[in-house]
Design a protein around this ligand. Structure first.
Ligand code: SER
Length: 347
């Protein structure tokens, strides 16, 4: 599928008669009224006031595809899956539906609309920590969804990536519990980094398995493979955050006035999964840039994948920066733009 098809299907799926979400446009890469980051790096950022209780003019359910940039991933670009710029598909419940709707809907979207094989999907949930209990409700929902597809879905408590690497995956393990580092989401990351007033909560991620044979695993990433392993076998394609907490001044958590769903899905990665190719640079939107680089450099992608990927990613980001009014200079966002151009030139 193309990037355009996946985006269109997602927006249509969530705005249909069953799910009734209002489609909203992407906000700018330059955050408005949000000094916490230089760039919009997730779909939730422009929507924080509504997550904290301000009524959204279009109601309690909205859906979008948000332009996002994550400078922190810049050194990871060059492998088959990391990009600095991406589009984040998002569906939002502002104090409306909850886990019982969100997880089945996303599963249906992936298996029916994108036609991914359910057997290639693995999920993670919050295993508990920082005074918040393990997400047994999400575990139960996932077990039912996999059982309907005749897939045995055992729960495996991993806690940390290190433990998971030691333990490995049992034959029928399908739902994996990890702690705050992997299955808790807030703009600031883990609970201890959250400032007072910040919303966050446990999440549940879906991974696509590009290599059911397991041969892709490299022991340099840990003894055994598991969904959060960095060997490239599993790719995270979507994250449902159950945002129901707010950090208090004293460091503990209180419940938000409303329970929210903040879903974020990697548009480029879901497109790569739809094509069953773990190289996100092979999707149409990035491949067009790769072809252009090949044309002007008289080199092939295969001869230097890393450089092709860095140039393609950075040039795409640069185009979106400029379209959002950022121009190269020597500080802040403008410096990041200059750095992207400089890195692309170097490669
Ligand atoms: N806020 C979550 C994320 O960025 C889900 O949208 O992953």
């Amino acid at each position: 599928m193309t990037l355009f098809d996946v985006r269109k299907r997602y927006l249509e799926f969530f705005s249909d008669k069953v799910r009734k979400h209002a489609i909203i446009p992407s906000a700018s890469l330059v955050p408005e009224n949000d000094p916490t980051t230089l760039f919009t790096g997730s779909g939730m950022q422009p929507l924080v006031p509504y997550l904290l209780g301000t009524p959204h003019p279009l109601g309690k359910r909205v859906v979008n595809s948000q332009k996002s940039f994550r400078a922190e991933d810049i050194d990871e670009v060059g492998d088959n899956r990391h990009t600095t710029f991406f589009e984040m598909l998002g569906n939002w419940s502002f104090g409306d539906y909850w886990k019982q709707e969100q997880l089945p809907w996303f599963f249906e979207f992936l298996t029916k609309e994108i036609k991914l094989d359910a057997d290639r999907l693995y999920v993670t949930v919050f295993s508990g920590g920082e005074g918040v209990a393990r997400d047994d409700e999400a575990i139960g929902i996932w077990q039912k969804l996999f059982t309907k597809k005749k897939i045995t879905a055992k729960y495996a408590q991993m806690n940390t990536e290190e433990e998971a690497g030691e333990k490995g995956m049992g034959k029928d393990d399908r739902i994996f519990g990890y702690g705050v580092k992997k299955n808790w989401w807030s703009r600031a990351g883990v609970p201890s980094n959250m400032p007072a007033g910040e919303p966050g909560g446990p999440d549940s991620e879906v991974f696509y398995d590009f290599d059911p044979s397991g041969k892709m695993h490299d022991q340099k990433f840990g003894k055994h493979c598991h969904p959060n392993c960095d060997c490239g076998r599993f790719l995270e394609i979507g994250n449902s955050v159950f945002m129901e907490y707010k950090k208090k001044e004293d460091g503990t958590f209180e419940k938000l006035a409303q329970r929210n769903v903040d879903f974020g899905g990697g548009l480029e990665r879901i497109t790569a999964a739809s094509n069953n190719d773990p190289d996100v640079f092979k999707i149409d939107a990035l491949w067009a840039i790769v072809e252009q680089i090949a044309k002007v450099s008289h080199k092939t992608y295969e001869s230097d994948e890393r450089s092709f990927r860095i140039i393609a990613d950075h040039m795409r980001a640069v185009a979106f920066f400029i379209a959002d009014g950022i121009l190269p200079n020597n500080s802040g966002r403008e410096y990041v733009l200059r750095k992207l151009i400089r890195r692309a030139v170097r490669y």
